[in-house]
Design a protein around this ligand. Sequence first.
Ligand code: BG6
Length: 473
Amino acid sequence: MSFPEKFMWGGATAANQYEGGWQEGGRGISLSDVLESGSDRFIKYSPSYRSDNTHFYPSRKASDFYHHWQEDIDLMYEMGFGCYRFSICWSRIFPTGEEAEPNEEGMHFYDLIIDKLIAYHIEPIITIEHFDIPLHLQEKYNGWASREMINLYLKYCRTLFERYKGKVKYWMTFNEINNAARLPLLCSGVYIAADEPFYQIAYQSAHHMFVANSLTVKMAHEIDAENQVGCMLALSTQYPETCRPEDVYAAYLQRQKSLFYSDVMLRGAYPYYTESFFRELNVNLKTEDSDLQNIAAYTNDYLAFSYYRTVVFHEGYRTTANTGGGIGDLNPYLKTSSLGWPIDPIGLKYVCRELQDRYGKPMMIAENGLGCEDNLSEGHIHDQERMDYLHDHIRELENAIDSDCNVFAYTWWGPIDIVSAGTGKMSKRYGFVHVDADDHGNGTFQRTRKDSFYYYQKIIADNGLNPNDEAAE
Ligand code: BG6
């Protein structure tokens, strides 16, 4: 056995890292437009952003998909994509988030993309919100910290579901929602000052997102019974650093902090450990009567997750909220990428089985990939490191599927180079296609196929690894 006949191969991007065109087509300013490149990226945004030309704001230009979408979709087609996961920029549809009617020019941009994908038999998979709320909603409501966001988000969802009824079937509500209490500004548009109760605000925001998620599932199914709405989490895992029971237990608790989110959205209830967990963090959720009923009644149809690397965790390890770092230490048994990320293909199989056991829902690998610096030599990029990573992860994914894990799609992260969310830089590249742009947004934005382009093309054509092809071994 191996990949099912209908398995969907493809790639994934996010508007804030790929689209650009930040002031075109009636688009409003998005929070991501004011996040600088650099180490403070996750904790603040520059109050002088409106006039500031000294800092670089990577998502404003990104890879300029806004002007290259036809060429890029042609490249996806050439690779043989069966699906393409992308996010819609909320402020392109509702510039402030509060308009009564959507911005028609913004809708039209996505109409063109979706129609072209469909013409190529590429299944569109839409992330409704990927690190990208309208700036106005951040400034007025402090993002998802406010309950007001639920109705504004539902209005946005209704617009999309009605417009793309019969065209788009797969949706995801929030990208990596389990970053809400780690990277609240990025994930939920919530700014938490140093003297404010961090966890109270972060988990209250997550609660609002859970309610919105459940009502979105309800709405999607009412509008079109064919709709499938996934939840999306970052689920690369942490192993215990040693077999000391204290370390094993600490790693288990750390994992629960992530699975907490999917427990709510897939099992339809706050898990048993919520009470002790919240007590420890001094969190008192404010809920309304129907919240828990909606969460119970409208669970997600599938689980989408990102998987990049694994780390190790020990008793007493302090995770650092807000900085983007601090999720564990390096595993001495794993080699690391040229940019220092541990590479763990077996971990992908492990996580698939873990999640299959826990939820038994269809799964999608919504992000997997290797970010590294590429060398362009005489117009060619020989990205062997990326091909090796791809090969090894596909091999273990195949093993997971062989052991009956129900994974229906795999979308490589950033198949055409995009800006890194973590660094805000272009030089950390994930693509099978090179984009000529530097870390300051300069360049021709010309697209060049890397060696991995042909390698992924072959994997897709063969519906998996061809046992006779040892190219990347
Ligand atoms: C995921 C995000 O966390 O990881 C993406 O959903 C992000 O937006 C990806 O780009 C890779 O991380 P980075 O920091 O290398 O871009």
